[in-house]
Design a protein around this ligand. Structure first.
Ligand code: HEM
Length: 611
């Protein structure tokens, strides 16, 4: 047995060693390491605070660029998020006045955003050095939950093939023989509705609207998918007929219905039926509107995922996305079934335009009889079902869904808003009366009381000038942004580095006196018939370069058709002709409270026949 002393002799060195190591650990853990860490942390924090004293930590500081001072670590994030809705464009213009043609801001999530204003610089980004810029991950990730990988958010090869496929579709033959006819028919539905308002008493109006709905439901010709026209269809919250007694309607609301219905037919050969009874709510349209408004908020607020979850907005967005997707898949499913039955890609759908009922006009203008069409009577869905992607493969249902939704986003709100601003501009008190007179003279002389066609639209130079002049002052896409893919030097010598963003305000450029001269703020369509020509690097409302708007012809044919047909028949009086409508929050440029106008039958219609 070991004695006490023997045990102590054996264990004490070990105990000593252990206790010394313990002391060392205590020293290290209890005092020095945290101190070192703390000191390191403090020094690093001071360094970070100094480095990012005016810049968000997601951006490299740049002292060579002017711009409003930001807060430490978050840069200008709060200021950007706090801007009152609709004031973005004015604020950007003020900042340009203060800091010059180039200034920069930093925002958490976005990083450094460089604002540019010179046409030459924008031309460089969009055309000259196109491949050094892209929409980028931020844009894609913000849009993807709703708009998938469609043409709007795609970059590189995936964008290129979509562009190539769509370019084949948007051609003169298609416009001449297919889309123009649909624009005419849909414009006629707007006219029918306005006739109902202006010509009949309230009671008979209500009756006729019900019977129109019933007869359409019975034939099933227009309303197949989206619009359950039945007494249970709810009335719209955002009413179209604002005052039945003094015949006031929301013209912007009507234009939204017009472009949606037109797109339904052009996109997949089925109308949403909105114009059959504009007072009835169309669930798809409501869901789509809310989704686009949500998207615009996401672009300005980097923490949208968190706040959406916190407020429960994510559930509403999910429900709206489902409504839109369900609709798209239903249409696709019908086409796939047809495809199986016929054995032809996309079902081989060719719309017989001779059902249009306006063959007389076609005969008068000498254009081909629509019923005799072949490929030009195909809707977008048919054309995309026939197309192949970058790998030479047919589009999946998901790809088709993305395509449809992206084209709808591209083509619906933009044209509806441009039309609303144009009607506002030609009727507001500040615009010279001769603008409307000249417009009507051109319409009457060209159409002689008949319907517009593709060819008459081309001849209406003044009407087109009014449309372009509207888009100069009120561009439907008021702001745009690109991500820098590789370091570059902009004209004028400003350096931009990979990962930074460049943005330009199209709204502000349209009002810049350096670009458009001293009368930049004036609505003067004549400028398009004299010095200013389209396309031009000054006018970026339809974009520039390889990603220029694919639908610009589509848009102005549609706009000129409906404008001509409405001005032939009706007089419009703004309820408030003196004040500019307030801008709504969106990716595009809507009027927040619509465009209330009083409608009457045209007083001086030289071709009026008693109907
Ligand atoms: C007044 C009406 C319109 C305006 C002001 C307008 C403006 C624009 C702008 C600014 C872009 C560039 C967006 C970007 O890349 O960031 C664009 C792209 C596009 N637009 Fe339009 N647009 C209008 C109508 C239409 C219509 C009616 C369609 C089709 C039916 C259409 C189809 C497209 C497509 C497919 C793109 C994407 C092009 C690409 O990325 O290659 N647009 N549009």
């Amino acid at each position: 047995m070991y004695t006490k002393e023997a045990v102590a002799a054996i264990t004490s060195p070990a105990v000593n060693l252990f206790s010394q190591f313990g002391h060392f650990l205590i020293l290290l853990h209890g005092h020095i390491l945290p101190r070192i860490l703390l000191a390191y942390f403090l020094v690093y924090s001071v360094f970070i605070l100094i480095k990012y004293r005016h810049t968000s930590i997601s951006a490299t500081p740049r002292f060579d660029l002017p711009g409003p001072k930001g807060h430490p670590l978050i840069g200008n994030t709060i200021e950007m998020a706090q801007r009152p809705p609709g004031s973005t464009h004015q604020r950007q213009m003020e900042l340009h006045k203060q800091y010059g043609k180039v200034f920069s801001l930093t925002v958490l999530g976005l990083g450094r955003v460089i604002h540019v204003r010179e046409p030459q610089v924008i031309d460089h980004i969009l055309r000259v050095n196109f491949w050094a810029y892209e929409k980028g991950g931020f844009f894609r990730e913000t849009l993807r939950p709703i708009f998938g990988d469609g043409i709007f958010s795609a970059d590189g090869q995936h964008w290129r093939w979509q562009r190539k496929a769509a370019s084949k579709i948007f051609n003169v033959n298609w416009y001449r023989t297919y889309t123009s006819t649909i624009f005419r028919q849909e414009s006629q539905l707007v006219i029918n509705y306005f006739h109902k308002i202006t010509d009949t008493s309230l009671t008979s109006m209500a009756k006729s609207s019900t019977s129109a709905a019933e007869s359409t439901a019975a034939t099933g010709s227009l309303v197949d998918v989206a619009v359950p026209i039945s007494p249970v269809t709810p009335l719209r919250e955002d009413r179209i007929l604002l005052d039945p007694v003094s015949k006031v309607v929301d013209l912007q609301g009507i234009f939204y219905l017009f472009t949606l219905d037109s797109f339904g037919r052009i996109g997949f050969g089925e109308s949403f039926g909105c114009l059959i009874d504009p007072e009835k709510e169309v669930p798809f349209a409501g869901a789509f509107d809310r989704l686009t408004a949500n998207l615009s908020l996401r672009f300005n607020w980097p923490f949208w995922r968190l706040t959406d979850w916190w407020t429960g907005n994510d559930k509403k967005v999910a429900a709206d996305t489902k409504t839109v997707y369900d609709f798209a898949y239903k249409v696709i499913h019908r086409r796939r079934t047809l495809e199986e039955k016929t054995g032809v890609e996309g079902g081989g759908v060719v719309h017989d335009m001779s059902e249009s009922g306006d063959d007389e006009t076609e005969a008068e203008t000498g254009t081909k009889k629509p019923g005799a069409l072949s490929s030009s009577g195909k809707d977008l869905m048919q054309l995309f079902m026939e197309a192949t992607d970058e790998k030479g493969e047919r589009l999946t249902d998901e790809g088709l869904k993305d395509t449809l939704i992206n084209f709808l986003l591209a083509g619906r709100d933009t044209t509806a808003q441009a039309l609303s601003w144009m009607f506002y501009l030609i009727h507001r008190s500040q615009t010279r009366k001769e603008v409307l007179t000249k417009l009507r003279e051109e319409i009457d002389t060209t159409l002689q009381g008949g319907f517009p066609t593709y060819d008459t639209v081309q001849a209406q130079k003044y009407t087109k000038a009014c449309f372009f002049e509207t888009l100069r002052l009120y561009p439907s896409v008021p702001q745009n942004i690109r991500c820098v893919l590789e370091d570059d030097i902009l004209p004028g010598g400003i350096k931009v580095y990979k990962g930074e963003k460049v943005t330009w305000g199209i709204w502000g450029m349209g009002r810049d006196t350096d670009i458009w001269g001293p009368d930049a703020e004036e609505f003067r369509p004549e400028r398009w018939l004299q010095g200013d020509k389209f396309p031009s690097t000054k006018f970026v409302s339809f974009h520039l370069g390889p990603r220029t708007c694919l639908g610009q012809q589509f848009a102005y044919i549609q706009a000129i058709t409906v404008t001509s047909m409405l001005l032939q028949k009706f007089d419009f009086e703004l309820v408030d002709p003196h004040n500019e409508p307030v801008y709504g929050t969106s990716l595009t440029l809507p009027m927040a409270n619509g465009l209330p106008v009083r409608i009457t039958r045209r007083r001086d219609d030289p071709f009026r026949r008693e109907e």
